[in-house]
Design a protein around this ligand. Structure first.
Ligand code: SF4
Ligand code: SF4
Length: 134
């Protein structure tokens, strides 16, 4: 998404390019076109371009937007008992590829509970032995 935005009043005078202290602005001329270029990684958001522009063409407020841009949205795998978010489907696929097994969709609490139940099932305590067994 471009942050340096000019409106229809820009006439290509290049005052902004010549006065940018950070070399964040540049221009390219082809046979019939002048293109204004801006590099956000260099831009110091100092506002000089906006101040020197004789046309009031620079929409500087976009450079000051303090917004979070969504980068990516991935599907989540949740604990099948309580619904706690565990990892993304993509991360699960990565693990499956590396470990050659599907990761558990249980949160630590419910994995522990399952393992206690499993232990109790296979190794019952002395008082819980079935009749007839010694
Ligand atoms: S805000 Fe400052 S650093 Fe950024 S393009 Fe304008 S003059 Fe250059
Ligand atoms: S100073 Fe203003 S009018 Fe001149 S090129 Fe830059 S944005 Fe366009």
């Amino acid at each position: 998404m471009p942050y340096f935005i000019v409106n229809e009043k820009c006439n290509g005078c290049l005052a902004c390019v010549q006065n940018c202290p950070a070399d964040a602005l540049s221009s390219e001329d082809t046979a019939d076109k002048r293109t204004l270029l801006h590099n956000m990684t260099r831009c110091a958001r100092c506002g000089t371009c906006w101040r020197v522009c004789p046309q009031e063409a620079i929409e500087f407020q976009h450079l000051l937007d303090n917004k979070w841009d969504e980068v990516v949205a991935l599907n989540l795998v949740r604990c099948k008992v309580c619904g706690e978010a565990l990892f993304t489907v993509n991360f699960g696929e990565t693990l499956t590829g590396k470990l050659d097994q599907q990761p558990d969709s249980l949160c630590p609490r419910h994995r522990e509970a399952l393992s206690l139940l499993t232990r109790a099932h296979f190794f019952p305590g002395p008082g819980t032995q079935k009749e007839g067994k010694k």
